[in-house]
Design a protein. Structure first.
Length: 264
């Protein structure tokens, strides 16, 4: 069993940057540069596998997650990486205890944040894009993105959401690439259109249109990497008016042009 100190990973670190008691890295795992032994890290970390996949073992239970998944590990949580593909790549964010204390966050806060934020993958990609900036890293922007990612759950004003909010969230995820009228939403969730319009931002922290775009972008992130669909086909499938519209939105949310992300 291996104990990994701050900034250490079992694969090869391609890029790394320290900011605000956190470390953001880009890591490649290959048959030659991967240690599949049991290990744990000094700090909590978030891992977005954006190329290849992984099967891991925790608490003696074997399970697999689909490619493109985001994983959360508590500090000193035992796990191991077993890559089912010759090469896999991940974006890692390691957060020290001092960061949690500084921003009054707990590890559970951050775990819930990445699991409930519809924009999680896009935010992590925007952070990765900052690492690639040839003109120098914008530290303020990187810090802003990190805080937006980990404090999502803290933004929630209401602990117990009304039933219509839960039903609406389920409906939007189910019909993420379909046009849907406010009247149809109202009938499905049992709430007046005015109630939905007036309170949507309160519970979802953005407008209805913005939320739907975020859902679409999160789906396109996986489609670009894990299908042979052309970018125009992805744009059509995900409900964008055309490829240009898709490209603008994808770059706005992730920092990447779709074609550049496919090569990343």
């Amino acid at each position: 069993m291996n104990f990994l100190n701050k900034g250490e990973y079992t694969g090869e670190i391609i890029q790394s940057h320290h900011i605000d008691n956190s470390i953001i890295t880009n890591t490649v795992y290959t048959s030659k540069k991967n240690n599949p032994n049991w290990h744990y890290h000094e700090n909590l970390h978030i891992c977005f596998v954006y190329e290849g996949g992984k099967a891991e073992t925790k608490h003696q239970t074997i399970y697999s997650k689909k490619e493109g998944s985001v994983f959360f590990y508590h500090a000193e949580e035992l796990h191991r990486w077993i890559s089912p593909t010759p090469t896999s790549r991940s974006a890692n964010i390691e957060i020290e205890h001092s960061f949690l204390k500084k921003y009054d966050l707990t590890e559970q806060n951050i775990k819930e944040a990445i699991n409930t934020n519809v924009n999680t993958k896009a935010l992590i990609l925007r952070m990765q894009k900052e690492l690639l900036c040839l003109d120098g890293i914008d530290h303020l922007q990187l810090q802003h993105l990190l805080l937006e990612l980990v404090s999502h759950q803290k933004q929630k004003t209401y602990i117990h959401s009304p039933r219509w909010v839960i039903l609406l969230n389920e409906l939007l995820h189910e019909k993420w690439n379909e046009p849907i009228a406010l009247e149809e939403i109202s009938k499905h969730v049992g709430a007046h259109p005015v109630t939905i319009s007036k309170n949507f931002r309160k519970y979802f922290h953005c407008t209805l249109g913005e939320y739907k775009r975020k859902l679409k972008i999160e789906r396109t992130i996986d489609l670009i990497k894990y299908t042979s669909l052309s970018l125009s086909e992805i744009a059509f499938y995900c409900g964008f008016t055309d490829q240009s519209h898709f490209t603008r939105n994808f770059k706005q949310h992730t920092g990447f042009l779709p074609r550049d992300y496919r090569k990343f």
